[in-house]
Design a protein around this ligand. Structure first.
Ligand SMILES: Nc1nc2c(ncn2[C@@H]2O[C@H](COP(=O)(O)OP(=O)(O)OP(=O)(O)O)[C@@H](O)[C@H]2O)c(=O)[nH]1
Ligand SMILES: [Mg+2]
Ligand SMILES: [Zn+2]
Length: 354
């Protein structure tokens, strides 16, 4: 296997040449399990450890190795152990805000060409959550494709309805419906997969990510689990992120289902995901309009006129608020949090009154 088959394209070759790290080999990180790593090179997949410097002197957890990263390594023990010295720059990434009260981010995966955003057609289907994943993909420069799984659980009318809801929300990404059970749509998913390109499965626990992977491998290699009857939640079967080479040479990363998505975005990628609202905002009277209480705000006017759904407006404002929030310092944030909450409440009341 060539490094190119693992996704090492001209972009990374150039970065490697510029870095002048001739003493180092290059390998791709295929699995992260706390501080234990696997990397893959031309020959095989081996255990890897980061240097203490890399582990303890990084400012932010997002600078630690994650699945999909390309790393400068040196080999020991006859090539059975790799020491990770440094990471190559990331071409694209998927990340979310770390849990708790920090402004730090947690990397999900890097150097992804296409993110499969998976929701199942049943109760799991949720446009607001879908928007959040889209914003995350946008921010990391990853092309999104929406996969609607478990299409066997709904009628074709219901499926059509879901898809038109996605379109009504101005989500322009490609949508593929499929079922792991009946195998409908699996060939369409298969056709997306190209040799040497990297794909990442994203979605809540239980939507069928690993089942899909097993289908694509034509083998039950990875463990899956039924969803709990009681509340329809998944069981978090997949515990770690892992990059797998499929038979056709495509590279696929399975991830554990996320409990919640946290917040992820910066302003511009939100505007990409809400292009209709962004367009409206060009007509607001004030350049720095926050679209909450301002006079002659084109967005508020559209909501009042019923041209823009209130739900979508709220989701936009909420994302903008969180995004601004994460760019502020901790103290600033604590102060602003209360003020902004009040402001939104007042704005929503006003809209309802009119
Ligand atoms: N009816 C139906 N059930 C499915 C389909 N795909 C997966 N399932 C079932 O859904 C359950 C969860 O599937 P998994 O593949 O483990 O889900 P996952 O997304 O990998 O979940 P985590 O690893 O916890 O994130 C299993 O019992 C699967 O058999 C489908 O297309 N239709
Ligand atoms: Mg899984
Ligand atoms: Zn405005």
């Amino acid at each position: 296997m060539e490094l190119a088959d693992l996704g090492f394209d001209s972009w990374f070759r150039k970065k490697r040449e510029e870095s002048q790290k001739a003493d180092f080999s290059v390998a791709r990180i295929t699995r992260v399990d706390r501080n234990r790593y696997l990397v893959r090179n031309e020959e095989n997949e081996i255990q890897a450890e980061p240097t203490g410097k890399l582990l303890f002197f990084t400012d932010s957890t997002q600078d630690l190795p994650c699945v999909g990263d390309w790393a400068y390594v040196q080999y020991y023990n006859d090539g059975t152990l790799a020491i990770i010295h440094e990471l190559l720059p990331r071409k694209t990434f998927l990340r979310r805000k770390s849990a708790g009260n920090t402004v730090d981010y947690q990397m999900i995966a890097s150097n992804i060409d296409i993110a499969f955003i998976i929701q199942s057609c049943d109760f799991n289907f949720n446009l607001r959550r879908m928007e959040r994943y889209l914003v995350m993909a946008n921010e990391g420069h990853v092309e999104p494709i929406i996969l609607l799984s478990k299409s066997d659980l709904v009628s074709s009318e219901e499926l059509e309805k879901r898809i038109s809801e996605i379109r009504q929300a101005h989500i322009g990404a490609r949508v593929i419906a499929f079922s792991n059970k009946t195998a409908i749509g699996l060939d369409t998913v298969q056709q997306v997969l190209e040799k040497g390109k990297t794909y990442c499965l994203l979605g809540l626990s239980g939507v069928g990510k690993t089942t899909l992977l097993n289908h694509l491998l034509a083998d039950e290699v990875f463990e899956t689990n039924p969803v709990r009857e009681k509340d329809g939640r998944g069981r978090h079967t997949t515990a770690r992120r892992q990059l797998i080479v499929l038979d056709n040479g495509a590279l696929l990363i399975d991830t554990p289902g996320m409990r919640e998505l946290g917040m992820i975005a910066v302003g511009t990628s939100i505007d990409d995901s809400f292009s209709d609202i962004h367009e409206l905002s060009q007509n607001c009277r004030f350049n720095d309009c926050a679209h909450t209480v301002e006079v002659s705000c084109a967005i508020l006017t559209a909501v009042q006129a019923g041209d823009l759904s209130e739900e979508r407006y709220q989701s936009y404002v909420k994302l903008m608020k969180e995004s601004k929030f994460h760019q502020m310092s901790y103290v600033e944030r604590r102060k602003k949090d209360k003020q902004f909450g009040k402001m939104i409440k007042t704005a929503m009341k006003q809209i309802k009154k009119k």
